[in-house]
Every structure is written in structure tokens, then in C-alpha cells.
Design a protein around this ligand. Structure first.
Ligand code: ADP
Ligand code: MG
Length: 572
């Protein structure tokens, strides 16, 4: 058994040698309170940093049973540990030479609590942490003493300050465990209560800025449910709580500009993920199957049946098997809806700010000017009811611009200075008094789209001499082989580590799943099953430190945005 002391001797011995000699430190080293695994040693000081793991057995990191189980509780605690480790690592890391020398880094969680590979509380006790280190060098010469200082002194200190239960006030650990469990529980009871979303009284929805996801500090108006929509829930830890329950059906969020409509919708979009204590949105949750829909002109579309929304395009272009490298605002939005339905969406979330106007409304006067025969679009206003009645798919729609929606809404919420009011009665009365004069344009009921079957060649990860090349850049870009997937408008993708994981899932689809017979939905089921059984490591055997869990909808979004996606035409 190699010990920390052995590692130190080795580092002293290779001091001053060329960088490749670092390869010798790969492997397992037993420290007094943890085991250090050096999984990957970087090739030079400027390359991607080395990957390390610290494994703390239950005796070293005795997290209480109720912090580890059930899994939802552990996830809350893991968020806290990863945040703390990431923050402290940045401070502990020091420039110790060239390139990334001396850097210590952990994938830092944002304002969502996601299953991640960075920190894992083990069900039987103990912790595993994964992180990056830049092994020190001067130029390309190993700085063995610096490395020893870093791995044998700084790292154990970092571990003891961030990965042991004794490093935290017990109440804080419990708060994180309980909050996360409560949020998941709350999401879990929505359906039986007939709800699709819930926002707690007292929640804080606005964020600091468009690029800063922390809660707005000054002048934030806390959420307060209208009386008529207020429901009481009982959470396992918090006990009784009240808030606005949004029932299944068609819900309109109206209100004047700048009164907080989009802020509410955005919180509901993010409500598919849990949030840590102090975020303000801990108890704002939506069904996991809630999918944001927007216009996304310019995206490619492959073999999607958009005929429920768009028919008879100019030039006789087929819309029951619609493909284009460059969709318009309305066709992209129609494709986004049909793809979401195919992946199993239960709720559609739309905001007029990011929707195509002609996709959303077509008023009486316009119907008179441009006859049905010359307008390919069946506007969403003529589909929202049927989505719910025929398919059970609810809609939550921000719409301050058209009262035509009063006729199809089950309820209308008006935001007034950031406070929601139930104005359903008033909207009904107005709808009676002022008929729109519109003719409904939907040609028939909605049906779930038939399953599309992607060809395996849809994904080709090869690039030059490399058989497999995969890179992800930031939150929005995945490069598979020579293809670039643009996820800029996939708004419920919230973490760069999710993006990395989605990229790997595309590879998994290519490697094991797409066979010219499986449908998109079946392929998504396959990946979800793998993740449920084996966790994120099912996506990559290298024990990567920076992966986070995504939903089937994010993977579907990436697959559907591949410009090389090929769908087998129906009946062939
Ligand atoms: P709308 O969609 O109705 O035009 P937004 O949701 O975009 O309005 O909100 C307008 C502004 O008000 C944003 O800068 C937002 O951060 C802020 N805001 C939203 N909700 C609140 C709130 N509850 N308290 C304080 N400020 C808020
Ligand atoms: Mg808005």
C-alpha cells in the first residue's frame, strides 16, 4: 500500500526532471484520513489539468444517516460541500510555476441543485470528491517540492475544511438536506393535487441581473399568491406551507410591461430543478415535464410533423415531415413544440417576449385580410385548448399583448407590481362583452406525434484522424466530430456540466442506442435508464469530475439541433 509519504518521496525524486515523469504519480495513495486517486496526469503544464479523487471512508467523514438517505437529502448536502470545496480550492490554489501550475479546482455548482460527479456522499457513508489540479512546473521542469506542498499539505487541509461533517454547523447540513428533500417532495405531489406548478408565499423570484443568478438583494417584492389560487401543502420537514398552485389547463399570465410576468415564468422554467437554501426559489417548483418553448429562427429541423400548426407552405412544402436547415420564427416554434411532445412534455411554458407573433395570434381583422387558404399557420390560440383536452398537456403563457387568449384560458393571472392577482372572472366578463369575432382555425384534434426514427449516421463523432472527437464549450456549444450543436436557446439547460454530460450522451446514442429502429423517445428512455441505474459515470468510464444531470428534454434538444440529424421517412 503506497502512502502519502511514498508519494512525497516520489515527488522529491522527480523534482527537476522533465514533465512526463509526473506520469509516475498516477494511481492510489493512502493518506491518513483519505485515499487519493490520481486518475489522469496532464501531459504538460499548459494542457488540461490533472484529474484527482479523494475518497473519504465513513470513519473519516461520518455524515449522519439522515444526511445521506434518501438520495434527495444527500443531493442537498453535496451542493453545499461542492460549493465550499470549489470556493476554498480557488483560495488554496497558488501560482506555483508555469501554465496551470499550482491550480486546484472543483466544478462549482450554480444556483441549481443537480446530481454532479464533483462530490458524492456515499449511501453507506463517506464521501468521494473529484477535482482538478495543475501539477507544478517551471517551464517544463517538474517542481516536485511544490507539488508535495500542494498535494500533501494544502490538499489535506482543504479536504478537512470542506468535506468533513465537523467543518459545518450541524444545522446548516440539515437545512440543505431537508430543503432539497422538501422541494423534490413538493414536485412529486403536484400531480395528485391537480397542479403543474407551485410558487410558495414569500418566495423571491427576481435575480440580480440577466447574467447573475443570485437573488435580487434590494427592493425585491416577495411572492404572494392570490387568495383564489392559494393552496396549502405539507412538506416532510418544513411542515405546512402555502403558495400559489397553478392547476393543469391553460393559464395566462397577463399584466403591464415591467410588472414581473417574465420573472415569474422564468422561475417556473427553473422550477424543474431544485434550488439551495437562501436562493429564494427553494419552493418554486414545476413538473419535471415542463418545457420552455420559444421561437428559434435559423435552427435546423429534421423530419418533424409540424402539420398541427403549419400546413400548405408556399411551394407545396411538406409539413407532416418537415425538414429545413433554416427554420423561420413560426416553423421553429412549431418544431420545438412537436419535439417537446415527442419527448414527453406535460407542460409548455411560453413567453410572448420570445415567441413568434404570427405563431401566437391571428386576429379577426387579419383573418379578413388574409384568408385561411393563404395562411399556413394555425395560431397557438387555436391549439392551446386542444393540447390540454386531447393530450393532457397544460400551457402556461405570458401574454400581455392579446386578449384573444381570454377565450381559451382556464385562468388569467395578472401581475401588478410583481404581485399576482386572479383576474379570471374579469377576463371572462370582458370576453363575453367584447367578442373577438375570430373564427377558430384548428382543422381537428391534436394527436401525439408519431415516433421519429433517427439514422445512426445522424451522429458522426469522427474528425480528421480521430475516431471520436467531442468538446463542449461553455453552456451552449457542443462539438461532435465536425458538427457544432448550438444550444443557445435551450433555456432550461442551466449548467456547463450538464452541457458536457449531454455531449457524452450524444456519443452514447451513437455508440449503443441509435440503430435505425429505435425512436427518439426510446433512445431517451435508454439514456435515462442508464443514468438511473449507474449514475453519471454511465456516460464516461474516466470518472470525470465535471458532469451534471440533465433531463431527457435537454438531450432531445441537442439531438434535434444536430444539423446532420437524419430521420427515416414514415412508411419506409
Ligand atoms: P415583464 O415581463 O412583465 O415586462 P419582467 O419580469 O421582465 O417584467 O420584470 C421587469 C423588471 O422587474 C426586471 O428587472 C425584474 O428583475 C424586476 N422584477 C421582477 N419581479 C420582481 C419582484 N418580485 N421584485 C422586484 N423586482 C422585480
Ligand atoms: Mg416580459
Amino acid at each position: 500500500m503506497a502512502t502519502a509519504k511514498d508519494l512525497q518521496n516520489l515527488l522529491y525524486r522527480i523534482d527537476g526532471r522533465g514533465y512526463p515523469a509526473y506520469k509516475e504519480i498516477a494511481g492510489k495513495w493512502t493518506f491518513p484520513s483519505f485515499v487519493l486517486f490520481i486518475d489522469h496526469v496532464q501531459g504538460d503544464p499548459f494542457a488540461a489539468p490533472s484529474r484527482l479523487r479523494a475518497f473519504l471512508p465513513p470513519e473519516s467523514a461520518p455524515f449522519a444517516e439522515d444526511l445521506r438517505n434518501p438520495r434527495e437529502r444527500a443531493l442537498g448536502v453535496e451542493w453545499l460541500l461542492a460549493r465550499r470545496f470549489a470556493g476554498e480550492a480557488r483560495k488554496a490554489g497558488a501560482r506555483r510555476g508555469s501554465g496551470k501550475s499550482g491550480m486546484l479546482e472543483m466544478d462549482r455548482p450554480g444556483q441549481e441543485v443537480l446530481e454532479r460527479t464533483a462530490v458524492r456522499l456515499l449511501p453507506e457513508g463517506g464521501v468521494e470528491a473529484r477535482f482538478f489540479a495543475g501539477l507544478p512546473a517551471a517551464g517544463r521542469r517538474i517542481l516536485g517540492r511544490q507539488a508535495a506542498e500542494m498535494l500533501l499539505h494544502d490538499l489535506p487541509e482543504l479536504v478537512s475544511r470542506t468535506l468533513l461533517p465537523s467543518a459545518y454547523p450541524p444545522d446548516l447540513l440539515r437545512l440543505h438536506a431537508e430543503t432539497n428533500q422538501d422541494a423534490s417532495y413538493l414536485r412529486g405531489i403536484l400531480k395528485e393535487r391537480g397542479l403543474v406548478a407551485f410558487a410558495a408565499d414569500g418566495a423571491l423570484l427576481p435575480r440580480r441581473s440577466g447574467v447573475d443568478d443570485r437573488p435580487l438583494e434590494k427592493g425585491a417584492v416577495s411572492f404572494r399568491s392570490p387568495e383564489s389560487l392559494r393552496v396549502e401543502v405539507e412538506l416532510p420537514n418544513r411542515g405546512k406551507m402555502t403558495g400559489m398552485g397553478i392547476p393543469a389547463g391553460v393559464t395566462l399570465i397577463a399584466g403591464g410591461g415591467f410588472h414581473g410576468k417574465s420573472t415569474l415564468l422564468r422561475a417556473l422554467e427553473r422550477g424543474v430543478w431544485n434550488h439551495p437554501p437562501g436562493d429564494g426559489r427553494e419552493f418554486v417548483v414545476s413538473l419535471e415535464g415542463a418545457v420552455k418553448i420559444r421561437a428559434e429562427d435559423g435552427r435546423s429541423v429534421a423530419g418533424v410533423d409540424i402539420s398541427p400548426f403549419i400546413r400548405d407552405l408556399p411551394g407545396g412544402k411538406e409539413t407532416s415531415f418537415f425538414s429545413t436547415p433554416n427554420a423561420s420564427g413560426s416553423t421553429s416554434q412549431a418544431a420545438n413544440i412537436m419535439e417537446a411532445l415527442e419527448a414527453g412534455a406535460e407542460v409548455l411554458l411560453l413567453d410572448e417576449d420570445t415567441a413568434a407573433t404570427n405563431f401566437m395570434i391571428r386576429d379577426h381583422r387579419m383573418q379578413e385580410l388574409i384568408s385561411r387558404e393563404r395562411e399556413p399557420i394555425v395560431p397557438f390560440v387555436d391549439r392551446a385548448r386542444s393540447l390540454f383536452e386531447d393530450l393532457g398537456v397544460s400551457t402556461i403563457l405570458v401574454m400581455g399583448g392579446s386578449g384573444d387568449y381570454f377565450d381559451v384560458a382556464d385562468r388569467v393571472i395578472a401581475m401588478e407590481e410583481y404581485v399576482p392577482k386572479d383576474v379570471t372572472g374579469l377576463a371572462r366578463e370582458i370576453a363575453r362583452r367584447i367578442p373577438t369575432g375570430r373564427k377558430a382555425e384548428a382543422p381537428g384534434p391534436m394527436a401525439r406525434p408519431a415516433g421519429r426514427v433517427p439514422a445512426r449516421e445522424s451522429i458522426d463523432p469522427s474528425k480528421g484522424r480521430r475516431e471520436v472527437s467531442l468538446k463542449s464549450r461553455g453552456l451552449h456549444v457542443i462539438q461532435v466530430g465536425r458538427e457544432t450543436v448550438d444550444l443557445r436557446w435551450v433555456e432550461q439547460l442551466v449548467d456547463t456540466s450538464q452541457t458536457r454530460a449531454v455531449g457524452l450522451a450524444l456519443l452514447l446514442l451513437w455508440e449503443k442506442v441509435l440503430d435505425g429502429r429505435r425512436t427518439v423517445a426510446e433512445a431517451l428512455d435508454y439514456v435515462e435508464r442508464e443514468l438511473a441505474e449507474k449514475g453519471l459515470d454511465a456516460l464516461d468510464r474516466r470518472r470525470l469530475p465535471d458532469l451534471a444531470r440533465f433531463r431527457r428534454f435537454e438531450l432531445a434538444a441537442a439531438l434535434n439541433r444536430l444539423r446532420t440529424l437524419k430521420i427515416r421517412p414514415p412508411g419506409t
